[in-house]
Design a protein around this ligand. Structure first.
Ligand code: SAM
Length: 274
């Protein structure tokens, strides 16, 4: 490793654990299928993944919060016309606008070895943009398992239900701690989220998003309480609807499959409209 990299002041607060195994970078880019695509990379750091992405993608926009990487990335990529670096906090960025301005109608892929401390907010931001894109993300292994958990199974949380509505998730491979510097405390996994076609049976996305969030707000408790409170619909009516769907009135959020959330959301939307 070069001296200037070794002398870099690593910021744990920014989740800085860098990939040091080139083969892992190559494998990530391979599963990302970025040929001729527009890629948004979150957190390029020293540019290990960026370098691989640039070999295949048509254009890469890399968003980095830490300006201390400027000299490294300038030296490494010079004035590569395929690359634009945006020095900003991804959470403050207008993601939708960035994609609309630069993607030029190309397939959109988000690729990142994510800072673990903000994986969920980043994912929620991309989900809420409602842009059609595929995501290849290195995340903490436990979180990958949780995100990929099917709604209606024990591990499922709000993030899993939301992800399953917009994407087909799969854990493509695990990455051991030894592949990073500094070595993190946790194991990692690469998660691939492939965009699904819009579900035409869902009447209102906003109601669905709110229902999922509210249902899991007290995940170990029965879901009709927070749902009744948030949508101002009586518990008796909600119990009846759940029974009609073949569920107990005391069902908890983790017992509902994706189609149950869609049905319940459609019922709520219809009730609030009339
Ligand atoms: N991609 C590099 C790699 O694989 O070696 C670095 C990955 S490191 C886990 C996470 C990167 O995200 C760091 O470069 C960090 O500075 C950056 N980062 C952290 N928070 C960020 C944010 N809110 N917006 C943009 N970049 C962020």
């Amino acid at each position: 490793m070069e001296d200037d990299v070794l002398n870099f002041k690593i910021k744990k607060s920014l989740g800085q654990n860098f990939l040091k195994n080139e083969k892992i970078c190559q494998k990530i880019v391979e599963v990302a299928e970025v040929e001729n695509s527009f890629v948004v990379e979150i957190g390029p750091g020293f540019g290990a993944l960026t370098q691989e992405l640039l070999k295949y993608a048509k254009k890469v926009v890399a968003v980095e919060k830490d300006k201390d990487f400027m000299p490294f990335l300038e030296k490494k990529f010079g004035s590569n016309s395929k690359l634009l670096i945006v020095w900003e906090d991804f959470l403050n960025l207008d993601f939708k606008r960035l994609v609309e301005e630069h993607s030029n109608g190309l397939k959109v892929v988000v690729c990142a070895n994510l800072p673990y401390y903000i994986t969920t907010p980043i994912l929620l931001k991309i989900l809420h943009s409602k842009l059609k894109c595929n995501l290849i993300l290195m995340v903490q292994k436990e979180l990958a398992v949780r995100i990929a958990a099917k709604p209606g199974t024990k591990n499922c949380g709000a993030i899993s239900a939301l992800v399953h509505y917009f994407f087909k998730p799969e854990i493509v491979f695990n990455v051991s701690r030894a592949n990073f510097f500094p070595v993190p405390k946790v194991e990692s996994a690469v998660l691939k989220l492939t965009a699904k076609e819009k579900d035409e049976t869902l009447k209102c996305e906003e109601t669905f998003l709110k229902l999922v969030r509210v249902s899991f707000s007290q995940r170990r408790k029965i879901l009709i309480n927070p749902v009744s409170f948030s949508f101002n619909i009586s518990k008796e009516i909600l119990k009846e609807v759940l029974n009609e769907m073949g569920l107990k009135g005391e069902a908890r959020a983790e017992e509902l499959k994706l189609e149950d959330f869609i049905k319940l959301s459609n019922f709520i939307f219809k009730t609030k409209k009339s």
